[in-house]
Design a protein around this ligand. Sequence first.
Ligand SMILES: O=P(O)(O)OC[C@H]1O[C@H](OP(=O)(O)OP(=O)(O)O)[C@H](O)[C@@H]1O
Ligand SMILES: Nc1nc2[nH]cnc2c(=O)[nH]1
Length: 183
Amino acid sequence: MDDAQISGDLSRVLFTSDQIAGRIAEVAAQIDSDYEGEEILLVGVLNGAVMVMADLSRALKSHCRMDWMAISSYGSGTQSSGVVRILKDLTTDISGLHVLVVEDIIDTGLTLSYLIGNLMSRNPASLKIMTAFRKPEAAKNTVDVAYVGFDIPNEFVVGYGLDYDGHYRNLTSVGTLAPHVYS
Ligand SMILES: O=P(O)(O)OC[C@H]1O[C@H](OP(=O)(O)OP(=O)(O)O)[C@H](O)[C@@H]1O
Ligand SMILES: Nc1nc2[nH]cnc2c(=O)[nH]1
């Protein structure tokens, strides 16, 4: 989606598409260097990670495969509860593989804590996490995130895969929503 079309719905642009692309390239170079020619299984967490998965995978020089999980946090309210249900599991047996989970955003870190426990029980050769965006709460807790695109303030953001009620995922930049959108 052309950002100009909905720029009225954003109160602030935090990152332009060029800034995001530049940072993804840097992170990809770091991953290539760390994995030293090993094949990587990229595990994207649907739906939000679709954009970062597409961009990161194409920026990597490493050989990689891709698989996807769909999970749902449930409980009351809009806050992540840490109680997670698998809606779509991997099709790949990850035993012995180098797994890199690709997330769009880590907020409380509760979803990721569950995911790490679940995936570690399948005996991968290694398991690391990459996220495009990370909020302060997650930065404080013990979830070890190897690759972070951007640390962001504790505000609700949309774009680049991140939605508000299903909208704005295809916005190429990332920003905060203007108050009139909520009302
Ligand atoms: O760190 P946490 O507080 O647990 O929140 C992070 C989770 O929330 C988002 O998914 P969401 O449930 O919004 O689903 P979506 O990707 O389909 O939009 C994001 O993709 C993470 O999976
Ligand atoms: N779209 C969106 N989803 C989130 N999940 C956790 N934090 C956020 C956020 O800021 N935006």
